[in-house]
Design a protein around this ligand. Structure first.
Ligand SMILES: Cc1ncc(COP(=O)(O)O)c(C=O)c1O
Length: 370
């Protein structure tokens, strides 16, 4: 075999896969581990989604509806937009890929922040585009530096809002000011994977920006069923955008990109207000409690607008991550993101949060961090 490997593909660092939880348990000789590492929904999937999926399983021999008609209409109603302004993806990840596929050619530039969600840059590399990476200022997107980095080759700007991993939010005022500094020809993508956890009064009115695009760049907002709705395993996300952009993204997608359980489950989850409310109130209470507890242990928690937060553990985060793993608590070390003393944790149920705090207390003592 003699492969001719394109340079841009060879240079891609694969997404860190992580081990299955069962495998970690076997390796570390632990049982009943808890995972607070991936910002998932700790209250499980929507029971209505599970029931709807169970009911459709005997129809699995059929292809799904290529237009995801019912789900698209359900989402349109949920977000207050028309179905023509919605594009569904196999996770919001896939909508990121559609945007890059549709708008980025070799040599075009895409601006992202560091640290932020890793996938934006990977899709750009696949297309042979150039990633222009702007460091966060403190823990916030540096919108001034991003605006200053725009050139005539810039096609897209990706902003995760709230940011992952820092959990910070762009204010409405800063965003409005930012848009005035940009040429109309580029697209600003607001990745709102965690927007459900944000106080509605603090959310950017993306619907208004999409409906009134005169004099500003196009804004696309990305949403997902992986977080607030507890359906990360189903892989359903969507973007809301101007119809001119939506019609282009439909040209680059596969006809059946949302599978049958995904269409049925996500639609049922939209109708499960009880599960949604439980997730929202549980997250809010859990976050508040965890921040107090972590502070009392001598660590420095960072304020969060979402269902995860950063903790400065005042020592090597990877050693702490390993020590926590031995106690069956899986968190995320932020060393690879450039924060060697920080871990990121997802808010869990009260039982999980209590286990996390107890394990953290023991590990901090074992490692003599505080
Ligand atoms: C900021 C951000 N955007 C997008 C995603 C991916 O979401 P999805 O599961 O819809 O592909 C994640 C997942 O963790 C995320 O943190």
């Amino acid at each position: 075999m003699k492969l001719n490997i394109p340079k841009n593909i060879a240079e891609i660092i694969p997404y860190p896969p992580g081990k299955p939880q069962d495998e970690l348990e076997r390796e570390y000789g632990i049982t009943e581990s808890i995972k607070l590492a991936s910002n998932e929904n700790s209250w499980g999937p929507s029971p209505k989604a599970v029931a709807a999926i169970n009911d459709m399983l005997t129809g699995l021999h059929r292809y799904p509806d290529g237009s995801s008609y019912y789900l698209t209409h359900g989402i349109a109603e949920w977000v207050g937009m028309s179905p023509e302004e919605i594009v569904l993806g196999n996770g919001s990840n896939e909508v990121i890929e559609f945007l890059v596929k549709a708008f980025v050619r070799t040599g075009d530039e895409v601006i992202t922040s560091h640290p932020s969600f890793l996938m934006y840059q990977k899709f750009v590399q696949v297309r042979g585009g150039s990633n222009i990476v702007i460091e966060l200022r403190g823990m916030d997107h540096n919108l001034e530096a991003i605006a200053a980095a725009v050139t005539e080759r810039t096609r897209l700007i990706f902003l995760d809002n709230p940011n992952n991993p820092c959990a910070t939010l762009i204010t409405k005022e800063r965003f409005a000011e930012f848009l005035t500094q940009l040429p109309e020809s580029i697209i600003v993508v607001l990745d709102e994977a965690y927007i459900d956890f944000v106080d509605p009064a603090e959310r950017i009115d993306v619907q208004a920006l999409i409906h009134n695009p005169d004099g500003i760049p196009a804004v696309v907002a990305l949403r997902t069923f992986s977080k607030a709705f507890g359906l990360a395993g189903l892989r359903v996300g969507y973007g809301i955008m101007h119809t001119d952009i939506a019609s282009l993204l439909h040209r680059v997608r596969q006809p059946f990109n949302i599978n049958l359980p995904g269409q049925v489950g996500a639609l049922a989850a939209l109708d499960d207000q009880e599960h949604y409310n439980k997730t929202m109130s549980g997250t809010k209470e859990g976050l508040h409690w965890l921040i107090e507890q972590v502070q009392a242990l001598g660590c420095r928690p960072y304020p969060s607008s979402t269902n995860f937060f950063l903790i400065d553990v005042r020592g090597d985060a990877t050693a702490l991550y390993e020590a926590m793993l031995h106690k069956g608590v899986i968190v995320r070390s932020m060393k690879a993101y450039g924060y060697p003393d920080y871990i990121r944790i997802t808010v869990g149920t009260q039982t999980e949060n209590t286990r996390f705090v107890n394990a953290l207390k023991d590990c901090l003592q074992e490692l003599s961090y505080v």
